[in-house]
Unconditional design. Structure first.
Length: 235
Protein backbone atom coordinates (compact mmCIF):
# COMPACT_ATOMS: atom_id res chain seq x y z
CA UNK A 1 0.00 0.00 0.00
CA UNK A 2 1.40 3.36 -0.92
CA UNK A 3 1.98 5.68 1.99
CA UNK A 4 -0.76 8.18 2.53
CA UNK A 5 -3.41 6.18 0.72
CA UNK A 6 -6.62 5.85 2.70
CA UNK A 7 -6.64 2.76 4.92
CA UNK A 8 -8.99 0.65 2.87
CA UNK A 9 -7.58 1.61 -0.49
CA UNK A 10 -4.95 -0.57 -2.04
CA UNK A 11 -3.12 1.43 -4.68
CA UNK A 12 -2.29 -1.53 -6.84
CA UNK A 13 -5.70 -3.13 -6.90
CA UNK A 14 -7.90 -0.02 -6.97
CA UNK A 15 -9.19 1.02 -10.36
CA UNK A 16 -7.36 4.26 -11.19
CA UNK A 17 -9.47 7.29 -10.50
CA UNK A 18 -9.28 10.39 -12.61
CA UNK A 19 -10.91 13.09 -10.45
CA UNK A 20 -9.79 13.25 -6.84
CA UNK A 21 -10.90 15.84 -4.28
CA UNK A 22 -8.55 16.72 -1.41
CA UNK A 23 -10.07 18.37 1.65
CA UNK A 24 -7.43 19.57 4.10
CA UNK A 25 -8.08 20.96 7.56
CA UNK A 26 -7.40 20.65 11.23
CA UNK A 27 -10.65 18.70 11.79
CA UNK A 28 -10.60 19.33 15.53
CA UNK A 29 -13.22 17.89 15.29
CA UNK A 30 -14.72 17.21 11.85
CA UNK A 31 -18.38 18.34 11.71
CA UNK A 32 -21.38 18.47 9.39
CA UNK A 33 -20.14 21.70 7.77
CA UNK A 34 -17.20 19.72 6.37
CA UNK A 35 -19.16 16.55 5.65
CA UNK A 36 -22.15 18.04 3.87
CA UNK A 37 -19.89 20.30 1.75
CA UNK A 38 -17.81 17.26 0.77
CA UNK A 39 -20.89 15.29 -0.23
CA UNK A 40 -22.17 18.16 -2.39
CA UNK A 41 -18.78 18.83 -4.02
CA UNK A 42 -18.41 15.17 -4.96
CA UNK A 43 -21.81 15.23 -6.63
CA UNK A 44 -21.42 18.60 -8.37
CA UNK A 45 -17.93 17.93 -9.74
CA UNK A 46 -18.42 14.23 -10.26
CA UNK A 47 -15.36 13.32 -8.25
CA UNK A 48 -14.37 9.66 -8.11
CA UNK A 49 -13.10 10.10 -4.56
CA UNK A 50 -12.64 12.78 -1.95
CA UNK A 51 -9.98 12.41 0.73
CA UNK A 52 -10.14 14.24 4.05
CA UNK A 53 -6.55 14.98 5.01
CA UNK A 54 -6.21 16.08 8.64
CA UNK A 55 -3.11 18.24 9.11
CA UNK A 56 -0.65 16.70 11.57
CA UNK A 57 0.83 20.08 12.49
CA UNK A 58 -1.41 22.77 11.02
CA UNK A 59 0.82 25.74 10.13
CA UNK A 60 -1.82 28.28 11.16
CA UNK A 61 -3.28 26.50 14.18
CA UNK A 62 -0.72 24.72 16.26
CA UNK A 63 -1.18 25.79 19.85
CA UNK A 64 0.65 23.50 22.28
CA UNK A 65 -2.66 22.00 23.39
CA UNK A 66 -3.85 21.07 19.89
CA UNK A 67 -5.64 17.70 20.01
CA UNK A 68 -3.06 15.11 18.89
CA UNK A 69 -3.10 14.09 15.24
CA UNK A 70 -4.02 10.42 15.87
CA UNK A 71 -7.10 11.52 17.82
CA UNK A 72 -8.26 13.93 15.09
CA UNK A 73 -7.58 11.24 12.49
CA UNK A 74 -9.63 8.72 14.48
CA UNK A 75 -12.57 11.15 14.72
CA UNK A 76 -12.38 11.84 10.98
CA UNK A 77 -12.41 8.10 10.26
CA UNK A 78 -15.37 7.61 12.58
CA UNK A 79 -17.27 10.36 10.79
CA UNK A 80 -16.64 9.02 7.30
CA UNK A 81 -17.19 5.35 8.14
CA UNK A 82 -17.59 3.17 5.06
CA UNK A 83 -18.70 5.89 2.67
CA UNK A 84 -18.07 4.69 -0.89
CA UNK A 85 -16.45 7.92 -2.10
CA UNK A 86 -15.36 9.88 0.97
CA UNK A 87 -12.08 8.54 2.41
CA UNK A 88 -9.53 9.62 4.99
CA UNK A 89 -5.82 9.93 4.26
CA UNK A 90 -3.11 10.10 6.92
CA UNK A 91 -0.60 11.45 4.41
CA UNK A 92 0.09 14.58 6.46
CA UNK A 93 0.91 12.50 9.54
CA UNK A 94 3.69 10.71 7.70
CA UNK A 95 5.88 13.78 7.36
CA UNK A 96 7.72 15.44 10.22
CA UNK A 97 7.25 19.14 10.80
CA UNK A 98 4.46 21.44 9.73
CA UNK A 99 1.83 20.14 7.32
CA UNK A 100 2.25 22.41 4.35
CA UNK A 101 -0.34 21.78 1.62
CA UNK A 102 2.21 22.45 -1.11
CA UNK A 103 4.40 19.61 0.15
CA UNK A 104 1.45 17.23 0.35
CA UNK A 105 0.39 18.10 -3.18
CA UNK A 106 3.90 17.66 -4.58
CA UNK A 107 4.07 14.26 -2.90
CA UNK A 108 0.66 13.15 -4.16
CA UNK A 109 1.44 14.30 -7.71
CA UNK A 110 4.42 11.93 -7.64
CA UNK A 111 2.42 9.05 -6.17
CA UNK A 112 -0.81 9.20 -8.11
CA UNK A 113 -1.36 8.22 -11.74
CA UNK A 114 -0.41 11.12 -14.06
CA UNK A 115 -3.94 11.42 -15.46
CA UNK A 116 -5.44 12.00 -11.99
CA UNK A 117 -6.83 15.54 -11.74
CA UNK A 118 -6.65 16.99 -8.24
CA UNK A 119 -9.26 19.35 -6.77
CA UNK A 120 -8.18 21.06 -3.57
CA UNK A 121 -11.24 22.00 -1.51
CA UNK A 122 -11.22 24.85 0.96
CA UNK A 123 -13.46 27.53 2.42
CA UNK A 124 -13.61 31.09 1.09
CA UNK A 125 -12.23 32.26 4.46
CA UNK A 126 -9.15 30.09 3.91
CA UNK A 127 -8.40 31.03 0.29
CA UNK A 128 -8.69 34.73 1.10
CA UNK A 129 -5.56 34.23 3.21
CA UNK A 130 -3.72 32.13 0.64
CA UNK A 131 -0.75 34.51 0.61
CA UNK A 132 0.13 33.28 4.12
CA UNK A 133 0.60 29.69 2.88
CA UNK A 134 4.03 28.26 2.08
CA UNK A 135 4.91 28.49 -1.66
CA UNK A 136 1.29 29.31 -2.35
CA UNK A 137 1.86 30.37 -5.97
CA UNK A 138 3.12 26.89 -6.79
CA UNK A 139 -0.17 25.38 -5.59
CA UNK A 140 -1.89 26.88 -8.63
CA UNK A 141 0.39 24.77 -10.85
CA UNK A 142 -0.55 21.54 -9.11
CA UNK A 143 -4.34 21.39 -8.79
CA UNK A 144 -7.71 23.01 -9.28
CA UNK A 145 -9.24 24.83 -6.30
CA UNK A 146 -12.84 24.41 -5.18
CA UNK A 147 -13.94 27.29 -2.99
CA UNK A 148 -16.80 26.80 -0.53
CA UNK A 149 -18.92 29.75 0.53
CA UNK A 150 -18.69 30.62 4.23
CA UNK A 151 -21.19 32.75 6.13
CA UNK A 152 -19.91 36.32 6.40
CA UNK A 153 -17.38 36.04 3.55
CA UNK A 154 -17.96 37.77 0.25
CA UNK A 155 -17.05 36.01 -3.02
CA UNK A 156 -16.31 39.33 -4.70
CA UNK A 157 -13.15 39.72 -2.58
CA UNK A 158 -11.47 36.72 -4.17
CA UNK A 159 -10.64 38.21 -7.56
CA UNK A 160 -8.59 41.00 -6.02
CA UNK A 161 -6.66 38.59 -3.81
CA UNK A 162 -5.92 36.27 -6.75
CA UNK A 163 -4.77 39.09 -9.05
CA UNK A 164 -2.72 40.85 -6.42
CA UNK A 165 -1.18 37.88 -4.63
CA UNK A 166 -1.19 34.94 -7.03
CA UNK A 167 -0.89 36.01 -10.68
CA UNK A 168 -1.76 39.21 -12.56
CA UNK A 169 -3.22 37.23 -15.46
CA UNK A 170 -5.86 35.16 -13.70
CA UNK A 171 -9.03 35.49 -15.78
CA UNK A 172 -12.68 35.19 -14.74
CA UNK A 173 -14.47 32.29 -16.44
CA UNK A 174 -17.13 33.40 -18.92
CA UNK A 175 -19.92 31.70 -16.97
CA UNK A 176 -18.91 33.43 -13.69
CA UNK A 177 -18.26 30.10 -11.99
CA UNK A 178 -14.73 31.09 -11.01
CA UNK A 179 -11.35 31.87 -12.56
CA UNK A 180 -8.66 30.31 -14.68
CA UNK A 181 -4.94 30.55 -13.91
CA UNK A 182 -2.43 30.74 -16.82
CA UNK A 183 -1.37 27.20 -15.78
CA UNK A 184 -4.81 26.02 -16.99
CA UNK A 185 -5.97 25.10 -13.47
CA UNK A 186 -9.25 26.59 -12.34
CA UNK A 187 -10.42 28.21 -9.15
CA UNK A 188 -14.09 27.26 -8.95
CA UNK A 189 -16.79 28.59 -6.66
CA UNK A 190 -18.98 25.83 -5.36
CA UNK A 191 -22.27 26.72 -3.74
CA UNK A 192 -23.05 24.24 -0.97
CA UNK A 193 -25.54 24.31 1.86
CA UNK A 194 -24.31 27.04 4.17
CA UNK A 195 -23.92 25.51 7.60
CA UNK A 196 -22.62 27.95 10.15
CA UNK A 197 -20.85 25.29 12.19
CA UNK A 198 -17.29 25.56 13.41
CA UNK A 199 -15.01 23.26 15.34
CA UNK A 200 -14.24 26.17 17.68
CA UNK A 201 -17.90 26.31 18.69
CA UNK A 202 -18.08 22.55 19.23
CA UNK A 203 -15.00 22.68 21.46
CA UNK A 204 -16.47 25.60 23.41
CA UNK A 205 -19.85 23.92 23.90
CA UNK A 206 -18.10 20.76 25.11
CA UNK A 207 -15.92 22.68 27.54
CA UNK A 208 -19.00 24.40 28.94
CA UNK A 209 -20.79 21.07 29.35
CA UNK A 210 -23.38 22.05 26.74
CA UNK A 211 -24.76 19.95 23.91
CA UNK A 212 -23.12 19.75 20.48
CA UNK A 213 -25.65 17.18 19.27
CA UNK A 214 -26.65 17.54 15.57
CA UNK A 215 -23.63 19.70 14.76
CA UNK A 216 -21.47 16.65 14.08
CA UNK A 217 -21.94 12.90 13.65
CA UNK A 218 -23.20 11.28 16.82
CA UNK A 219 -20.34 8.77 16.79
CA UNK A 220 -17.84 11.61 16.90
CA UNK A 221 -19.76 13.45 19.62
CA UNK A 222 -19.75 10.31 21.78
CA UNK A 223 -16.05 9.74 21.10
CA UNK A 224 -15.37 13.28 22.36
CA UNK A 225 -17.34 12.71 25.54
CA UNK A 226 -15.91 9.25 26.15
CA UNK A 227 -12.36 10.50 25.75
CA UNK A 228 -13.01 13.70 27.72
CA UNK A 229 -11.73 15.91 24.90
CA UNK A 230 -11.95 19.70 24.96
CA UNK A 231 -12.51 19.98 28.70
CA UNK A 232 -9.40 22.08 29.27
CA UNK A 233 -9.16 25.70 28.40
CA UNK A 234 -8.14 24.99 24.79
CA UNK A 235 -9.20 27.29 21.97
P1 LIG B 1 -11.85 25.97 13.76
O1 LIG B 1 -13.18 26.47 14.25
O2 LIG B 1 -11.07 25.16 14.75
O3 LIG B 1 -11.03 27.09 13.12
P2 LIG B 1 -13.13 24.86 11.37
O4 LIG B 1 -14.48 24.43 11.81
O5 LIG B 1 -13.02 26.15 10.59
O6 LIG B 1 -12.12 24.89 12.61
P3 LIG B 1 -11.08 23.51 9.85
O7 LIG B 1 -10.64 22.12 10.10
O8 LIG B 1 -10.16 24.58 10.22
O9 LIG B 1 -12.51 23.66 10.56
O10 LIG B 1 -11.54 23.69 8.35
C1 LIG B 1 -11.02 23.00 7.27
C2 LIG B 1 -11.60 23.58 5.99
O11 LIG B 1 -13.03 23.46 6.04
C3 LIG B 1 -11.28 25.07 5.77
O12 LIG B 1 -10.99 25.26 4.41
C4 LIG B 1 -12.58 25.75 6.18
O13 LIG B 1 -12.76 26.94 5.43
C5 LIG B 1 -13.63 24.72 5.81
N1 LIG B 1 -14.80 24.78 6.68
C6 LIG B 1 -14.83 24.88 8.01
N2 LIG B 1 -16.10 24.93 8.48
C7 LIG B 1 -16.89 24.84 7.39
C8 LIG B 1 -18.32 24.87 7.20
N3 LIG B 1 -19.17 25.00 8.23
N4 LIG B 1 -18.79 24.77 5.93
C9 LIG B 1 -17.93 24.66 4.89
N5 LIG B 1 -16.59 24.65 5.00
C10 LIG B 1 -16.06 24.74 6.22
Amino acid sequence: MKSGYPQNLKAKTQKPFSRLGLFGGTFNPIHYGHLRSAEEVVEALQLNQLWFMPAAVPPHKAPPDLTPFPVRLAMTRLAVGRHPVLKVSDVEGRRPGKSYSVETLRFLKEELPPDCELFFILGLDAILEIQTWKDYRELFHLCHFVVLDRPGFDRSLLQEVLLKEVHHDIQPLADQTGFIHPSGYRILFQATTLLDISATRIRRLTREGRSSRYLLPERVRRFILRNKLYLDNCQ
